[in-house]
Write a protein that binds this ligand. Structure first.
Ligand code: RET
Length: 287
């Protein structure tokens, strides 16, 4: 059931689409699994840091920071979800008074998390200091502009598809710039990595594109129709994106750096990998 919002009222599709009990519970479940996983992996990343060569330890520590920041933001989204609907006559209806659900808090959180995720890349690819500063600055500029312009479209999304798409397009231009910058960092990563790890940075680019690319899909989804299923699909898309761009990405970087630390002869990494004497003796061509 759809009740259009009054003029000036909050206008995410979540604010005027009533949900069945199943849709409502699925939404709660998706948000709960998301923040639960982010909090739990703080421990994993802090423990991983102890196995790496000292120069790489900051990378999983930054993953732990991202987990905490985004876990708190998702916990807030989950609480808001619960506070924004009231159950009546077999449906969960968005409340006309009090709290209204909004995805805009996510965007706020990305201003913190995306720069950290991008700084991690330069550190993991072991760029020299000058390169790292220059390229991180450009990546942070691109992501900040991408999020700010996307946020402008996200406010009042269902009022005006034209506005949503126009800002979406402007934001996509910055996303493409960001992809070019990320590719540049990963190219340096390919030449700078020890030979057995040279495939990782190239693969990471495609992983980056596929996972960061889920966010614009979630952004555009409401145009397919204001239905309860779509509300749930959007939370699901956001959740898969959150779990891959931050958590799985962090695991990939930690594993890459564990191997790199072992190839560079760092004892705890060699022991942690447990690959036997082959790993203990670094190949002669490692840098
Ligand atoms: C927006 C607006 C529509 C166009 C594009 C977007 C891209 C968003 C991205 C967000 C990534 C967020 C991450 C968060 C981690 O915490 C803003 C939805 C291109 C790529 C990785």
């Amino acid at each position: 059931m759809i009740t259009r919002p009054a003029p000036g009222a909050p206008t995410s599709i979540e604010n005027y689409v009533a949900l069945t009990a199943t849709q409502y519970e699925l939404g709660s479940l998706i948000l709960m699994v998301s923040y639960g996983a982010q909090f739990a992996f703080i421990l994993f990343f802090l423990a991983s840091a102890t196995q790496l060569a000292p120069r790489y330890r900051i990378v999983p520590v930054l993953s732990a920071v991202v987990m905490l920041s985004s876990g708190l933001s998702l916990l807030r989204e989950a609480t808001l979800w619960q506070d924004s609907y009231s159950y009546a006559e077999g449906l969960y209806r968005p409340m006309s008074e009090g709290n209204t659900f909004s995805n805009v808090f996510r965007y706020g959180n990305w201003f913190i998390t995306t720069p950290i995720l991008l700084v991690q890349l330069g550190l993991a690819m072991a760029l020299d200091r000058a390169q790292r500063h220059r390229r991180s600055t450009r990546m942070i500029a691109a992501t900040t502009l991408m999020i700010a312009t996307g946020m402008a479209g996200q406010f009042g999304e269902s009022d005006d598809w034209g506005r949503l798409n126009l800002w979406g397009l402007v934001s996509t231009v910055f996303f493409v710039w960001l992809l070019v910058e990320v590719r540049g960092v990963l190219k340096i990563g390919i030449t700078g990595s020890p030979a057995p790890l040279r495939a990782w940075p190239g693969n990471l680019f495609w992983f980056f594109l596929a996972t960061w690319g889920l966010y614009p899909i979630a952004y555009a989804l409401p145009q397919l129709g204001a239905t309860g299923d779509l509300v749930v699909w959007r939370q699901f898309t956001f959740s898969v994106a959150d779990l891959t761009t931050k958590l799985l990405y962090g695991i990939i970087l930690s594993r890459f750096l564990l191997r790199r630390s072992a190839l560079e002869g760092h004892g705890p990494a060699v022991e942690a990998l447990g690959d036997g004497p082959a790993m203990a003796a670094p190949p002669t061509d490692f840098r």
